[in-house]
Design a protein around this ligand. Sequence first.
Ligand SMILES: O=C(O)COP(=O)(O)O
Ligand SMILES: [Mg+2]
Length: 240
Amino acid sequence: MNPDNLQRTNRCTTEIQFPLQIKAVVIDLDGTLLDTAMDLASAANKMLAELGKSELPVATIQSFIGKGIQRLVKRSLTNSLDEEPDPELFNKALPIYQRNYHENLYTHTRPFPGVIEGLNTLKKDGFKLACITNKAEAFTLPLLRATNLLHYFEIVLSGDTLPKKKPDPLPLLHACHHFQIKPCELLLIGDSLNDTMAARAAGCHIFCVPYGYNEGRDVHELNCDAIVSSLLEATKLIKK
Ligand SMILES: O=C(O)COP(=O)(O)O
Ligand SMILES: [Mg+2]
């Protein structure tokens, strides 16, 4: 069945009940699995310095994380969420950012508390696992390898793996197709509006963690099925 049909025919229709009965869990990367903000911010500030521009506070750059590397570079150049930088400046800045981020991809990046325990529990309980991120593949795979998380996931879909990324439902529907399950048998655990919008559009369940990066907004504003303090906590709310 193609992903479009899955979206139309297999939405979650019943009231949700805990523990949620699901077959697979998809986990977001930045702000959910890994605390990447420090390294993303240093790369952005090194880029700004190389371009002769003023550096930004880490908290500001943290609020720019969520819609992929290109958007992060645009936001850092304009110090705003939505403004477009001069295209020439952006074309010059992007490779500088990519070089700096590659050079220090995991200097400070670590799994958040409860991530390893949560992944081990999910694996032991027999859930199929995928990682879906808006981060470009060139950074995602080395990062998951370096932090020893890659082996947990049957598939990893990055921001540039498919024609569309979150908040589009395509990566989640692709995962459903891969696992041969309905969207309502899939749970996404994420940290931002991009995750909740993608999950709602796909018809999947969605839990949010409160410790991540929601583009500077309160996670309690998000339309999710539960807010869980950690991945380990999430395992207590689901069953196969
Ligand atoms: O790369 C980003 O901006 C966000 O990535 P995420 O989807 O893993 O949170
Ligand atoms: Mg995230």
